[in-house]
Design a binder for this molecule. Structure first.
Ligand SMILES: *Cc1c(COP(=O)(O)O)cnc(C)c1O
Length: 439
């Protein structure tokens, strides 16, 4: 390039300066001086409602859900279950201590045990894998696709006569492709479990997530949409699945309230555990549940503003969401051709004061060392002592596409308390950085 054309180019660039200012990572002015930071959702909405629920339990001195001193039951957990089932459009809901114990109760409800196989996405939380193994069943991983959820095209060839259930995990606020997963489950007569832990309050085609499968689980831990620090729930519209989960969560018995709810019990007592929720937790969760639509509505509005602000960027490659209306919008993910480009995007966005992260909150499980080694609490654990269990291989060859996708996506986390200005800053930073990184 000669000097004249260089000057011409520089002048043109200066003319376009407003459209393409210098990146903060190259010494330019950042979009935000104070970096944007998403916080935990539920606790930001704590107010006198949660306080009053806790005081009710404290004053009645009845922290246990089934009985206590005096005759004024606060019934926080029971009320939470009733309102939760109504909100999730299922016939029954059972409160438990965590999303993990909800998964274990769901495994019991579905009678998953030694010899049974369960298909789950390679990228999900530890508990999904753990619940199957702790039930004695065998986890079979399927790849995720660019929705960051289980790839419907990678399920069917993994089904065997031992497959008893598919776990559709609605990861990072967005629904899995239920229209394609449900027919596969039906065709092969296997159960569908929806794990809604990361999408509590999300929908799919106008109905709440968790209302589609045979059974659903939710986490109410700090990182999820609503929270009491810990907590979980199981929901189903099948009375037998509900009864089995309820018995399993309460040392095999069925208390009169749950007996009334299911009508005539159909099962005999069997060995169970204790995943009962405390009334203190139930009270806080009841207050939080009544704010769920506000929380989801706010974070959704921010996410829509971000999507609408970046959709027209040339070459933009967004996370594939099967029902954008149903997505919670806890994060907006962009895809890149290579990990190197993704990492450059992350560094440049950080410098702009709008940090973005790779898909988080889950583990690439097949390459987690303890999974690859098939480590259990006992060498005779049934999971890996069947013929199939001995033959199955996890590790890097199991789901390479999942690893590749996780390396190529990143995006900003959103927060229900973000202002329009915050969302606009995200848009401004992406519009500033993206063309320079990919161009
Ligand atoms: C958080 C989470 C769980 C477990 O919930 P806890 O309440 O932390 O036990 C299960 N599945 C998924 C997908 C999760 O993100």
């Amino acid at each position: 390039m000669n000097r004249r054309s260089f000057l011409a180019t520089a002048a043109a660039a200066a003319g376009a300066a407003q459209a393409a200012p210098q990146l903060a990572v190259d010494g330019g002015k950042p979009v935000r001086e104070k970096p944007l930071r998403a916080d935990y959702f539920g606790t930001q909405f704590y107010d006198d409602k949660e306080r009053q629920e806790l005081l009710d339990v404290w004053e009645t001195r009845r922290p246990f859900r089934w009985y206590g001193t005096g005759n004024k039951p606060p019934m926080k957990v029971a009320t939470f279950e009733k309102e939760f089932a109504a909100r999730m459009q299922t016939r029954y809901a059972l409160a438990v201590t965590s999303g993990t114990t909800a998964l274990q109760a769901a495994m019991a409800a579905l009678e998953i045990g030694p010899g049974d196989e369960v298909i789950l996405p390679a990228w999900t939380w530890h508990s999904c894998y753990a619940a199957i193994v702790l039930a004695g069943g065998l986890p079979v991983f399927a790849e995720i696709d660019e929705s960051l959820n289980i790839d419907p095209d990678d399920i069917e060839h993994r089904i065997t006569p031992q497959t008893k259930a598919i776990m559709a995990v609605h990861l990072q606020g967005a629904p899995a492709d239920l229209d394609r997963i449900i027919p596969i489950a039906r065709k092969h007569r296997i159960k569908l479990l929806e794990d809604c832990a990361q999408s509590v309050g999300g929908d799919y085609k106008g109905k709440p997530l968790g209302s589609y499968g045979d059974i659903a689980i939710y986490s109410l831990q700090l990182n999820k949409t609503i929270t009491a620090g810990e907590g979980g729930a199981v929901a189903t519209s099948d009375p037998v699945l509900f009864e089995r989960a309820a018995r399993f969560h309460d040392v095999g018995g069925l208390r009169s309230l749950h007996e009334q709810i299911v009508g005539t019990p159909k099962l005999n007592p069997f060995v169970g555990t204790n995943f009962r929720m405390s009334e203190f937790t139930g009270g806080v969760l009841l207050a939080q549940l009544r704010k769920l639509d506000t929380i989801v509505g706010s974070v959704r509005a921010s996410a829509r503003r971000v999507y609408d602000g970046i959709r027209d960027l040339p070459g933009i490659h967004l996370r594939k969401v099967p029902d954008p209306q149903g997505e919670i919008g806890s994060a907006v993910f962009l895809g890149f051709q290579t990990k190197e480009l993704r990492d450059r995007f992350m560094a440049a966005m950080k410098a702009e004061g709008v940090p973005v992260s790779p898909p988080g909150g889950s583990i690439n499980l097949p390459v987690a060392p303890y999974v690859e080694r098939k480590a259990t609490v006992h060498p005779a654990w049934p999971t890996f002592n069947t013929e199939r269990g001995k033959a199955i291989q996890y590790g890097a060859n199991c789901c390479p596409r999942t690893t590749d996708i996780l390396n190529r996506f990143a995006g900003p986390a959103l927060d229900p308390k973000f202002t329009r200005r915050d969302a606009d800053d995200i848009v401004a930073a992406i519009r500033k950085v993206y063309p320079k990184v990919v161009g």
